[in-house]
Design a protein around this ligand. Structure first.
Ligand code: PMP
Ligand code: GLN
Length: 383
C-alpha cells in the first residue's frame, strides 16, 4: 500500500458533513450553497443531456467551453489566452491541481506552500516525489510574508502554489502583495500554480488579480478555475486550466490519464454561463455578501471575535481572545455533538506549526438556516 494515502485521515470536509448528517446538525462546514444554482445554466445542462451531448467529448474540453473561458478572462481580467493552445477543461479544480502537480513536479523539487492550504495539494506533491516547504500565514491579515518566502527558497525550489482568494482565510490578496510574489518567482525562476477557484466570490468591490496577469508571469503561471464556485454548482466538477502552450502541453499529458475528459452536457452549460452579463456575477457577489453580513454580524453580537471575510463562502472566528482553553478542533467537535452545528477547524489546513484557534463557518445558506445556527452558537458560547 502507498503510505502517502494509507496514512491520511478522511478529509475534514467529509468528516464534518458526515457528522452533520449523522447528528442531524446544521452544516456550516463544507462549502456549498443551499441555493440550487442558476436555473438557466441548469436548464442548459438538462437540455444538452437530452439532446446529444453524451459521448466522449474532446480530451481538451469542448471548443465552445475553451473559447468561453478565454473570452471570460479577456473580459474580466484583460487576459488574452489562445483557446486552443492555452486552455484545457478538467473534472474540477481538484483534477486540474493534481494534473498540474504530477505533470510539472519532478522528484526532489521543492514546492512552496502557504498554510493554511487546501488539503489536496500535499499528498499529490509527495506522490510526485516533490518536497513541500511550508510558509505560515497568520490571522488576522494572513498576508504573504516576503521574508519567510525568501528564507524558504533553496536551489531546489521550483514551484509555488498560491490559493487566491484564500480558502479558508477568506482573504483576497492585494495587488502589492502579489507583485512581491511575482518578483520572487522571477528572481528565483519559480513557476506558480494558482488555485483561483474563488476568483468571482469577492466582496465590497474588491478586485481579484490573477497572478498570471502580473508583469513577467504570463509564461510561468498555471491558472486554475472552477465552475463549481463561479455558479454555486459545487457538484459539477468542471475545472479550467490556463497556461502558456509549453506548460499546458505537459499538463494535457497528465490529464489524458487521470480522467481523459469531463461530462459534456455540463461543459455546454458552463460555456453558456460564462457568457452571462456582468450583473449576474455582481448580483451573486452582493447576495453572498448579504449572507456574509448576516452571519458575521450575528456571530459578533453573540460575542465571537469575527475575522472579516473579503471573499469565498466563509467567515472565520478567532477563539483565542475568548480564553476558552479549547483548540479549534475540540471546539468544533463539541459544537457539532452538543449544539448541532458543523464547522471546520482551520488547523486542518496546516501540516506543521498549526494555528489552532480559528474556526471556519460557511455562510452560503438561507437566512433561516443562518439564524437557526446563530441561536445554537449563542448557546454554545454561553453554555
Ligand atoms: N481549491 C480550493 C481552494 C477549493 O476551495 C476547492 C473546492 N472547494 C477546490 C480547489 C476544488 O474545486 P473543485 O470542486 O472544482 O474540484
Ligand atoms: N472546498 C470545499 C470547502 O472548502 C470542500 C471541498 C471538498 O469537500 N473537498 O469546504
Amino acid at each position: 500500500m502507498n503510505r502517502i494515502f494509507a496514512d491520511l485521515p478522511n478529509t475534514i470536509f467529509d468528516v464534518m458533513s458526515q457528522a452533520a448528517r449523522d447528528l442531524n446538525a446544521i452544516n456550516l462546514g463544507q462549502g456549498f450553497p443551499e441555493d440550487p444554482g442558476p436555473l438557466d445554466v441548469r436548464e442548459k445542462a438538462a437540455d444538452a443531456v437530452l439532446n446529444g451531448y453524451n459521448q466522449y467529448p474532446s480530451m481538451m474540453g469542448i471548443p465552445e467551453l475553451r473559447q468561453a473561458v478565454a473570452k471570460h478572462y479577456a473580459h474580466w481580467h484583460g487576459l488574452q489566452l489562445d483557446a486552443m493552445s492555452e486552455v484545457m477543461i478538467t473534472s474540477g479544480a481538484t483534477e486540474a491541481l493534481t494534473g498540474a502537480i504530477l505533470g510539472l513536479v519532478e522528484p526532489g523539487d521543492e514546492v512552496l506552500l502557504f498554510q493554511p492550504m487546501y488539503d489536496s495539494y500535499v499528498p499529490i506533491i509527495r506522490l510526485a516525489g516533490g518536497i513541500p516547504k511550508f510558509i505560515r500565514l497568520e490571522p488576522p491579515h494572513w498576508l504573504l510574508p516576503e521574508e519567510a518566502v525568501r528564507k524558504a527558497i533553496t536551489p531546489k525550489t521550483k514551484y509555488v502554489i498560491l490559493n487566491n482568494p484564500l480558502n479558508p482565510a477568506a482573504v483576497v490578496y492585494p495587488r502589492q502583495n502579489l507583485e512581491m510574489l511575482a518578483r520572487i518567482c522571477q528572481e528565483f525562476d519559480l513557476t506558480a500554480i494558482c488555485d483561483e477557484v474563488w476568483e468571482h466570490v469577492v466582496f465590497d468591490g474588491r478586485e481579484h488579480v490573477p497572478l498570471i496577469t502580473l508583469p513577467g508571469m504570463r509564461e510561468r503561471t498555471v491558472k486554475i478555475g472552477s465552475a463549481g464556485k463561479i455558479f454555486g454548482l459545487t457538484g459539477w466538477k468542471i475545472g479550467f486550466v490556463c497556461a502558456a502552450p509549453k506548460i499546458l502541453r505537459v499538463l494535457t499529458k497528465a490529464h489524458q490519464f487521470i480522467t481523459f475528459t469531463t461530462a459534456p452536457n455540463l461543459q455546454v452549460a458552463v460555456a453558456y454561463g460564462l457568457g452571462k452579463a456582468d450583473d449576474y456575477f455582481t448580483t451573486m457577489r452582493s447576495d453572498l455578501a448579504r449572507s456574509r453580513d448576516r452571519l458575521s454580524d450575528g456571530l459578533s453580537k453573540i460575542g465571537f471575535p469575527v475575522l472579516k471575510s473579503q471573499g469565498t463562502y466563509f467567515v472565520n472566528v478567532d477563539l483565542a481572545p475568548l480564553g476558552l482553553n479549547e483548540t479549534d478542533e475540540a471546539f468544533c467537535r463539541r459544537l457539532v455533538h452538543d449544539f448541532k452545528v458543523a464547522a471546520i477547524p482551520v488547523s486542518a489546513f496546516y501540516e506543521e506549526d498549526h494555528v489552532t484557534s480559528v474556526v471556519r463557518f460557511c455562510f452560503s445558506k438561507k437566512d433561516a438556516t443562518l439564524d437557526s445556527a446563530l441561536e445554537r452558537l449563542s448557546k454554545a458560547l454561553h453554555a
